[in-house]
Design a protein around this ligand. Structure first.
Ligand SMILES: [Zn+2]
Length: 134
């Protein structure tokens, strides 16, 4: 399947830090409560760290107490692709960047307090935060 941004592992390795590569390109997961964006509460936009596509807005971020930055909806329905992930003996829904196919995290429908009921549980290292102009 082709993504708009399609690079080889060698190229990604050159452009990304080792931990970013492990999560974005190898579907790794950062340790809970360690992500730098967990306590980011400023207004702004969250972009894919691999390709800079806009993925989430701060007004959809909520405090899920799960240890990873969480959003109740992506910026637009086509900003991310959701696919079934059966790794680790579980059936989960993986979320990847629609532009470059990089792994972002998983989505769960266990957030009844949000407008969508969904919790997009993202890795901080998969995202970069861009504060809105003050
Ligand atoms: Zn991307």
């Amino acid at each position: 399947m082709g993504y708009q941004i399609d690079k080889s592992d060698e190229q990604w390795r050159l452009e990304l830090e080792p931990q970013e590569f492990a999560v974005l390109r190898r579907a790794g997961t950062e340790r809970a409560w360690t992500g730098e964006l967990l306590d980011e509460h400023r207004a702004g936009v969250y972009r894919c760290r691999a390709c800079s596509a806009e993925l989430f807005r701060s007004d959809a971020k909520f405090d899920s107490h799960c240890g990873w930055p969480s959003f109740f909806t992506p910026l637009a329905g086509d900003a991310v692709i959701e696919r079934t992930d059966t790794s680790l003996g579980m059936t989960r829904t993986e979320v990847v960047c629609a532009r470059c196919g990089s792994h972002l995290g998983h989505v769960f429908d266990d957030a009844p307090s949000t407008p969508t009921g969904q919790r997009y549980c993202m890795n901080s290292v998969s995202l970069t935060f861009e504060p809105a102009e003050a």
